[in-house]
Ligand binder design. Structure first.
Ligand SMILES: [Zn+2]
Length: 435
C-alpha cells in the first residue's frame, strides 16, 4: 500500500477554508454560489458549437472546417479571462512570471512560477488509485463562485454556432462549464468541466472526451491546447475536468518524431513517440471526429480500468492527441526518485511532460537546461518493457472495440486493416499481433 500524498495546487478560490473573505454582491446566500440559493436566476454566456461529424459527415482537416468570421471562441475565452484578471480573481499574476525557451534541440520551455506553490491549501489524496468515487465533502467545482465561471459550452441543436450572452443556467440539463483556473500557469488558463452538476469523478468517458476534442476543434488555434491528468498522474481535484491554455510556441512534444504503428479501420493512426524522454502514443486522423475521440477514450478507459495513471495532451486543434501512461507518483511513493529531483517539487503533469516546465525555485529556473528537463521527464516514463506491456493491453481493448463495431460483417473480423497498412490481426482475446 502506497502512502497517501498531499497535493498542493489550488485551482479555485473556494478551495481555501476562508472562502467567505472575498466581497461579493449580496444575492441568494450572499456567496453567489452554484447551489439552488443562488443559481435560480443566474445568467451565464452560452457558446453552442456546431456539432461536427454527424452521420455521414467526414472528418475534414481543420482548414476545411468553416472558419468563423472572427475566432469567436478564442475572443470569448480570452475576453472573459481578462475580465477575471481585472477583477483580481487570480492568486498571482501569471503574466508577470518569467518564461524562457531553453536552448537545445527541443526548445523546452521553463517558467518560474513561485506563486503557484505558495499559500497552498493541500488536498488529501491517494496517488495509488486512478479511479476513486466522487466525494462531495472534498473540494469540487460545484463549490466555486459564479464569478469564476466564464461560459457554458455545449453542442448547438440547430447545427450552427450560436452565442447567447445571457443564458439561464439549466441545472437539470447537465450544462458543461468553462471556468478560470485561479492558479494559472499561462495566459488564458481555463478549466473545462463537463456536465458539472453530475459530479463525475476524474475519469475519461467517451462523451466528455469528445467535448474536449470539440473545444480544441472549435477554438481552431494551434496554440490552444487541452490537457488531462488522471488521478495518480497529478490531477489535484477528483471532479472531471480538462485544463487548457494558450502558449504561442510549439511544445517540445510536438516536435518529437513518431513512428506509425497501425491504422485502424476507422482511419485512426496510432504512432509511437520517438526520441522523447517520456514514452507515449500518438493518435491522429479518423474518418470522423468521433472515430478519433472514441479510440483515444477507449485507450484512456483501458488505462484507468487497469489502474495505470496517465496524462493526455490534445494538440494541433484537436488533430493530434498524445497519451502518456506514467509512474512518477508511484516511484515517488516507493522512494525511487532521487532527492535532487524531489527537491525541485515539480509535479510532472501533462504540461511538464509536453515540455512546458513549471518551476517553483529560482535556482531551478536559472539552471534550467535540456539535460535537466530530460532527466526529470525520464523518471516519469514507463520503462520500455512496461510500456510495451501497457501498449499491448491498450491495443487489445481498441481492437475488441473494432470487432464490436463490425459485428455485422463477420467475414472480415480477423483482419482489421487494409493490406497497405501494417495489419492488426486479432487472434484470441489475450493475443494481438502487430505485423
Ligand atoms: Zn448561494
Amino acid at each position: 500500500m502506497l502512502r497517501i500524498k498531499r497535493v498542493a495546487t489550488v485551482v479555485s478560490n473556494y478551495q481555501k477554508e476562508e472562502a467567505g473573505e472575498v466581497a461579493r454582491p449580496v444575492r441568494g446566500c450572499g456567496r453567489n454560489c452554484l447551489k439552488s440559493c443562488c443559481i435560480q436566476d443566474a445568467k451565464l454566456p452560452l457558446y453552442a458549437f456546431k456539432r461536427l461529424n454527424k452521420v455521414g459527415e467526414k472528418n475534414s482537416p481543420v482548414d476545411e472546417v468553416r472558419e468563423p468570421p472572427v475566432a469567436f471562441l478564442d475572443s470569448l475565452i480570452l475576453g472573459e479571462w481578462e475580465d477575471r484578471l481585472q477583477r483580481g480573481l487570480f492568486r498571482y499574476d501569471v503574466t508577470a512570471c518569467e518564461t524562457k525557451v531553453i536552448p537545445g534541440e527541443y526548445g523546452f520551455i521553463a517558467q518560474l512560477n513561485e506563486g503557484r506553490h505558495l499559500k497552498k491549501r493541500p488536498t488529501e489524496f491517494r496517488v495509488d488509485t486512478v479511479l476513486q468515487a466522487f466525494d462531495g465533502n472534498k473540494f469540487n467545482f460545484t463549490k466555486v463562485g459564479q464569478e469564476e465561471l466564464l461560459f457554458q459550452f455545449e453542442a448547438s441543436d440547430d447545427g450552427e454556432v450560436q452565442f447567447f450572452p445571457n443564458a439561464p443556467i439549466d441545472v437539470e440539463n447537465s450544462p458543461s462549464f468553462v471556468a478560470i483556473n485561479v492558479s494559472p500557469i499561462e495566459y488564458g488558463h481555463v478549466l473545462l468541466i463537463p456536465r458539472i452538476f453530475e459530479c463525475l469523478p476524474q475519469r475519461i468517458d467517451r462523451d466528455s472526451f469528445l467535448l474536449a476534442l470539440q473545444m480544441a476543434r472549435e477554438a481552431g488555434n494551434p496554440y490552444f491546447r487541452l490537457g488531462y491528468n488522471s488521478l495518480g498522474a497529478f490531477a489535484t481535484i477528483n471532479h472531471l475536468h480538462f485544463q487548457a491554455y494558450y502558449m504561442a510556441v510549439p511544445f517540445p512534444i510536438e516536435k518529437a518524431p513518431t513512428k506509425k504503428m497501425t491504422i485502424l479501420k476507422g482511419g485512426v493512426k496510432i504512432s509511437d513517440l520517438l526520441k522523447y524522454p517520456v514514452r507515449g502514443l500518438v493518435f491522429e486522423g479518423g474518418d470522423t471526429l468521433e472515430d478519433l475521440s472514441n479510440t483515444v477514450s477507449d485507450a484512456c478507459i483501458c488505462l484507468q480500468d487497469n489502474n495505470i495513471p496517465y496524462n493526455v495532451l490534445i494538440s494541433d486543434c484537436g488533430r493530434q492527441i498524445f497519451l502518456f501512461p506514467q509512474c512518477y507518483a508511484e516511484k515517488q511513493a516507493l522512494g525511487e526518485v532521487s532527492a535532487e529531483l524531489l527537491d525541485t517539487q515539480v509535479n510532472p503533469a501533462v504540461w511538464e511532460i509536453s515540455g512546458h516546465m513549471v518551476l517553483k525555485r529560482k535556482k531551478d529556473y536559472d539552471e534550467a537546461s535540456e539535460e535537466n528537463a530530460w532527466r526529470l521527464l525520464a523518471e516519469v516514463s514507463l520503462s520500455e518493457e512496461r510500456f510495451q506491456e501497457v501498449t499491448a493491453l491498450v491495443f487489445e481493448v481498441i481492437a475488441s472495440g473494432e470487432l464490436d463495431a463490425q459485428a455485422s460483417c463477420i467475414d472480415e473480423v480477423d483482419v482489421v486493416t487494409t493490406s497497405d497498412h501494417p495489419a492488426m490481426v486479432a487472434g484470441t482475446q489475450e493475443c494481438l499481433v502487430l505485423q
